[in-house]
Design a protein around this ligand. Structure first.
Ligand code: GDP
Ligand code: MG
Ligand code: K
Length: 272
């Protein structure tokens, strides 16, 4: 049995894809602490389950509702993540993708809204995108179901897939701090430590709470303050530690876009 988490930005076709991939589904009550309903469906091939996570732009939650997806990654057991990416808004969508890749569980990307992207003149080289992100990328149109069967079949392979080794290079100053924090996290913590460290430095309150049960709040605050000071001193662009992290990710995403996405001159904006 595989347990797949469906994650993506709001309005990217998550519900459409969920309904196509699952024959039936049930609401299994609300997510803990919020009024968002939890929806779990059985995959059509009966080989596992799909859990619909609320749409988010980042794992660094701005509200309790947004925290549901992060809480899921922290507390629940699952096999892989199906990350739905809006091909017509690919640059913005890849921000969440980077955070999911950093988590390290197998990720499959369902590149949705391919019709919209084509209509806007985007040419996406899926093979190149897949190579640069290190995970399978399957183009789909969730509104019509195009490509979704192939995507469902690909999900079945994730059960025995290795953990990802995706690691952005955050530069010597932040990398040193990440290593320090990783070394402070006790071995009993089974969550990916590098991901926890980056999320803490990014200002993720849920992760700070989690780490505070292993490391004192004072130690964490001190490390965060020192790291912010050192990072901002070393980078003329960085205004804060979270800002620096966004810049590094943004540069990576720009590179991915340059290699995998081109836009034709004639923008037709055809309606699907
Ligand atoms: P969610 O908010 O992420 O759950 O997205 P929905 O599944 O509710 O889809 C949002 C809107 O986008 C709906 O009007 C869908 O019909 C539409 N939509 C979903 N997938 C596609 C697609 O691949 N192409 C087009 N053109 N529209 C889509
Ligand atoms: Mg939805
Ligand atoms: K600076």
């Amino acid at each position: 049995m595989i347990h797949v988490a469906l994650a993506g930005n709001p309005n990217t076709g998550k519900t459409s894809l969920f309904n196509i991939l699952t024959g039936s589904y049930e609401y299994v009550g609300n997510w803990t602490g919020v009024t968002v309903e939890k929806k779990v469906g059985t995959l059509r091939n009966k080989k596992g389950e799909l859990v619909d996570l609320p749409g988010i732009y980042s794992l660094n939650p701005l509200s309790r509702d947004e925290g549901v997806a992060t809480q899921f990654l922290i507390a629940e057991s699952f096999t892989s993540v199906l990350n739905i990416v809006d091909a017509s808004q690919i640059e913005r969508n890849l921000y969440l993708t980077v955070q999911l890749l950093e988590y390290g569980k197998p990720v499959i990307i369902g590149l949705n809204m391919m019709d919209v992207a084509r209509g806007r003149g985007f040419m996406i080289n899926e093979t190149e995108l897949s190579a640069r992100l290190g995970v399978p990328v399957l183009p789909i149109v969730a509104r019509t179901g195009a490509g979704c069967q192939e995507l469902g079949a690909e999900l079945a392979h994730t059960e025995h897939q290795q953990a990802l080794t995706f690691a952005l290079d955050y530069g010597p100053v932040l990398e040193r701090a990440i290593k320090r924090l990783v070394d402070m996290i006790p071995d009993g913590v089974t969550l990916p430590k590098r991901w926890l460290a980056i999320q803490l430095f990014e200002g993720n309150a849920l992760i700070r709470e989690l780490l505070e049960s292993h490391i004192t709040a004072e130690q964490l605050a001190q490390l965060q303050t020192d790291t912010e000071r050192d990072v901002c001193a070393s980078s003329s662009d960085a205004r804060s530690l979270p800002h620096y992290i966004r810049l590094v990710r943004g540069a990576f995403i720009t590179g991915v876009m340059e290699g995998a996405v081109t836009r034709t001159q004639n923008e037709t904006y055809t309606l699907s």
